[in-house]
Design a protein around this ligand. Sequence first.
Ligand SMILES: [Zn+2]
Length: 100
Amino acid sequence: MLKLTQAPNLAIATLWADAVGVEGIVASVQRQYLGGMMGELPPDQCLPEVWITHREQEARARTLLHDLQHVPQHRWICVCGELVEGGYEQCWQCGVLRPD
Ligand SMILES: [Zn+2]
């Protein structure tokens, strides 16, 4: 087992573990049950962590993680008035592509 990274919350830790998992990397979320102890431990010891099982997969896992952490977070207003967030290049409301 090898600690890959610490995540800001359980939802993101799970997302990351799943994302590397679909690439064939065996990953798991640790410390996810310590959330209820927040306040008794230093905050950085309560955050969930993503661990991988096979050390030889570390480089691949870190590359994937880097990509996940650097998704463009721009937001834009579509011509239909919809606010599009999360790095989408297309409006989910009307299907128009993001203007340059
Ligand atoms: Zn639209």
